[in-house]
Design a protein around this ligand. Sequence first.
Ligand SMILES: Cc1ncc(COP(=O)(O)O)c(C=O)c1O
Length: 392
Amino acid sequence: MRKESRFETRTIHEGYDSHTHHNSLASPIYQTSTFTFETAEAGEKRFAGEEPGYIYSRLGNPTVKMLEERIASLEGAEAGLAFGSGMAAVSAVLFHLVRSGDHILCSEGVYGCTFGLLQLMKEKFSVEHDLLPLDSREQILQAIQPNTSVIYIETPINPTLKLIDLKMISSIAKERGITVVVDNTFSTPYLQRPLEFDCDIVLHSATKYIGGHGDVVAGLVVGDHEMISSIAKSTQKDIGGILSPFDAWLLLRGLKTLPLRMDRHCENSQSIVHKLKEHPKIKKVMYPGLEESPSYSIAKKQMKKPGGLICFELEGGKAEAQAFMNRLEMIKIAVSLGDAETLIQHPATMTHAVVPEEERVRMGINDSLIRISIGLEAWEDIWADIEQALEM
Ligand SMILES: Cc1ncc(COP(=O)(O)O)c(C=O)c1O
């Protein structure tokens, strides 16, 4: 494939050359646990790295490799790695980057299990962390400690959809020799490429928009050759949270339609956001594409479009939020996002239930907050379902 091919072309062709696979249009699935050696000496050479080739699927697999090359190209990275879940990716990266006694500076309002992992690292391995809004240079400089080795951010933040200025973070981190890790799950490389803003590592729960069809749990990480190769040889190989060849194949297929799907998710969201804003029972709407959003100017700077997730607050509290969700007919109650189906969830009792209440409220996750992942259905039908559930 030509090096200068555009993003949309690379989502389809990157990492796969049909000529080397019997001209099969669809990429093959190498559903194998291990690879045979012609001779014992060949096996020895492969282990010593003196001869190229696969050894065992936890150390590498051709189908998985195609996916790793494709995601690296889409994020503008030198190399990529695939994992069995988004959390396997998050934990492999963090365990690789920190040692006991280090400090992680983290955006306030990360995914609940990422918060859980930070707690675990603190309790078991004395890795400290601070969760902060990270919205001003002064505040970040104040929060950095001599032992801060990682700044870990989500943008948009799950579930409040606040944005963090990637360039501001990376410029501070570069001055201090701190590694910046960005969870890019909500945006995908089609909407935002953090490496272009000098961040160091990008990771994904590929379970979401990258898979796009609600049928696979997976994680992806990209970065430079040196970083990726050392993660592959340490926390991936020895902890072992790898992706299966079939799941890699599903993601390769999902990626082929990523730009089309993301455009539709974003268009539908724009329409639904405007309807929600006009509705008298909606107290507040959060979407980085709204001009009055505090994140609007950052969205313009670092995102192609503002994404397919919307948060809103209803009048009332938990009971009213749950009653509204129970009245929905087409929209499904589920805690994933980025699928063809519109999915709705209540962060305070679902994705962020593990976060202590005080912390949760500080993050802006109150009992009336609802998160909706706008699907690919006709937006008029999505709105009709929301409207009827609000009316009753
Ligand atoms: C932003 C974000 N990061 C990471 C994860 C974890 O991914 P997985 O469920 O694939 O392990 C999730 C899951 O919802 C998420 O929303």
